[in-house]
Design a protein around this ligand. Structure first.
Ligand SMILES: NC(=O)C1=CN([C@@H]2O[C@H](COP(=O)(O)OP(=O)(O)OC[C@H]3O[C@@H](n4cnc5c(N)ncnc54)[C@H](OP(=O)(O)O)[C@@H]3O)[C@@H](O)[C@H]2O)C=CC1
Ligand SMILES: N[C@@H](CCC(=O)N[C@@H](CSC=O)C(=O)NCC(=O)O)C(=O)O
Ligand SMILES: [Zn+2]
Ligand SMILES: [Zn+2]
Length: 379
């Protein structure tokens, strides 16, 4: 086959032309990578609620037309000038939380957020301010620095990590967001201690991954909270010790119930729903003096969180994290090793599969209660 290096590639992508409309599968032109950039042949991508959230028009940063997708894995097709961190043929996972190792954030040792390209990433363009995508003669925007709903994508070299080809791309793609986010929130951000009591609100891909992290750190009670009774079996399969459906409590709130169950409140709670009312309940279910509540869910534009300041005065801590607090280039290969050693569940999250042509069905399935993750075969 003729080399594509340095050439514009025409391939298929799922394009979001406008908010609220189905994605359109059509030809897209993908320009070669410029200096410091990497072009990836995407093999598989997961579909995350954040893709649906931006497509819905509720994301204050959402702009159209755009190529969505941020949970993707594939092979490096070509690299731009000066790229040394990956090479052609490497198996890679795209990173919506980049890691430059040079900026104030990366050097702080306090966060996994990286400031180097955040401004251009939020505007939907590459670090030089331009797009590598064109369709119907128009430039398309990039999304979260990754745009994995295209058969080929271009990312900054700090937005990609090479992983061993021993992990199939239909599994490694899920480490690009959902699994890493929940697992990292428990293990890296909260640093759940042995014997501590944990409540996880929302038992989707992210919540199940929090449960998995809490099990890894030998938590005591791991209480899964979900409005969907069908999630109890899932939660227990991943190691939850208790399940509560808050809609079935009579005469008391979920926070009161959890405080009773844990003799004073949870050591750690996690919001994995994106519902600001749930975030409040999660904070107020924490133990006085030290309980920490981690916000993971993404809430719609205009939504705000509230509680009595007294809840914080009396020692409860409210914090949040993106990508679980995991530094992708440094820590993702270790998660891959954990998977290969049988210490990290990944296969178990895949409940649905689609081809690129079926990606709109993947969005529909994601909103049904029995879908944990749908993996899309991009080729
Ligand atoms: N901070 C970050 O870096 C990231 C954040 N996210 C965000 O995390 C959130 C979770 O993602 P994901 O796991 O994929 O989502 P899912 O929709 O799969 O899981 C959410 C679960 O919460 C349940 N739920 C809804 N309302 C309530 C409620 N009031 N109380 C308890 N449970 C409730 C849902 O039930 P039902 O089945 O009935 O809908 C569902 O089971 C999303 O907001 C997503 O955007 C995702 C990845 C990264
Ligand atoms: N753009 C939105 C916020 C969306 C958001 O919070 N994204 C998370 C990842 S969610 C993944 O599925 C994130 O990484 N946030 C940190 C960041 O720097 O974007 C808005 O403007 O509200
Ligand atoms: Zn995501
Ligand atoms: Zn950085």
């Amino acid at each position: 086959m003729a080399s594509t290096v340095g050439q514009t590639i025409t391939c298929k992508a799922a394009i979001a032309w406008e908010a609220g409309a189905p994605l359109s599968i059509e030809d897209i032109e993908v320009a070669p990578p410029k200096a410091g950039e990497v072009r990836i042949k995407i093999h598989h991508t997961g579909v995350c609620h954040t893709d649906a959230y931006t497509l819905s028009g509720k994301d204050p940063e959402g702009a159209f037309p755009v190529v969505l997708g941020h949970e993707g894995a594939g092979i490096v097709e070509s690299i731009g000038e000066g790229v040394t961190s990956v090479k052609v043929g490497d198996y890679v996972v795209a990173l919506y939380t980049p890691e430059c190792r040079e900026c104030k954030f990366c050097k702080s040792g306090k966060t996994n957020l990286c400031g180097k390209i955040r401004a251009t990433q939020g505007k939907g363009v590459m670090p030089d301010g331009t797009s590598r995508f064109k369709a119907r003669g128009k430039d398309l925007l990039h999304f979260m620095g990754t745009s994995t709903f295209s058969q080929y994508t271009v990312v900054a070299d700090i937005s990609v990590v090479a992983v061993t080809p021993k992990i199939p791309t239909d599994r490694s793609c899920l480490l690009g967001c959902g699994i890493t986010t929940g697992y990292g929130a428990a293990v890296v951000t909260a640093k759940v201690e042995e014997g501590s009591n944990v409540a996880v609100f929302g038992v989707g891909c992210v919540g199940l991954s929090v449960v998995q992290g809490a099990v890894k750190n030998k938590a005591g009670m791991i209480i899964a909270v979900d409005v969907n009774d069908g999630k109890e079996a899932w939660a227990r399969k991943f190691g939850a010790t208790h399940f509560v459906n808050p809609t079935k409590l009579s005469g008391k709130t979920i926070q009161e119930h959890l405080i009773e169950m844990t003799d004073g409140g949870c050591d750690y709670t996690f919001d994995c729903t994106g519902n600001v009312g749930v975030m409040r309940a999660a904070l107020e279910a924490c133990h006085k003096g030290w309980g920490e509540s981690i916000v993971i869910g993404v809430a719609a534009a205009g939504q705000e969180i509230a509680t009595r300041p007294f809840q914080l005065v009396t020692g409860r801590v409210w914090k949040g994290c993106a990508f679980g607090g995991i530094k992708g280039r440094t820590q993702l290969p270790g998660l891959v090793d954990d998977y290969l050693n049988g210490e990290l569940k990944v296969d178990e999250f895949i409940t649905h599969r689609q081809s690129l042509d079926g990606i709109n069905t993947a969005f529909d399935q994601m909103k049904e209660g029995d879908c944990v993750r749908c993996v899309v075969d991009m080729q």
